[in-house]
Design a protein around this ligand. Sequence first.
Ligand code: HEC
Length: 166
Amino acid sequence: MQTMPNQRPLRFSLWLLPLLGLLLLAGCGDDDSGSTPEAGTLDKVWSYDRIKACADCHSPAGGGTGASNGPDLSTPAKFRNNLLGASIDSYPGWNTTQDCSTTSFPWITESTPNKSALLAAVSWKWAEGNTNCEGTYSFHQPNNAIDNVPGLLADLELWIENGANP
Ligand code: HEC
């Protein structure tokens, strides 16, 4: 008879366990959506350290490396705005030796990866067999190219395919 009053609170707490579990799961879900950018977005592309490192050379601060007077790639907005629809012709002061972009083959053509010279400049998959771009790629390989960073090429292609949105 003395065990009865003790069993009641135990039963109540067992009923509460699944509810607690659900609340915890919901909390974790919220945290994830805040910290993981969606695939195919500029945020996703910029979640890679390799992309942030483009500014080591391609920014006013990174000048003197052969990349000065070219496009400034130091922020996500500059990366997009200075490459989208732009080419070597947009930067007459950039003294390059191996450029494969042209007005009709700009660095980024929205929604069209295979008309985006940027990919051939930083990925062997795109540069290979493209005689104009192999030379540019040689400046980036291997440590500043993107092929050896898992997932990066696919995310860059998908972002361009989706319209290269801000
Ligand atoms: C170590 C310095 C360095 C780093 C880091 C670097 N680049 Fe370059 N990049 C260069 C140089 C130098 C050139 C110019 C080569 C030439 O003379 O044509 C260049 C050229 C380019 C071009 C012009 C290609 C053309 O043919 O028109 C693009 C686009 C480019 N880089 C994008 C990037 C991106 C994106 C990143 C980051 C993933 C990056 N670069 C990282 C040095 C660098």
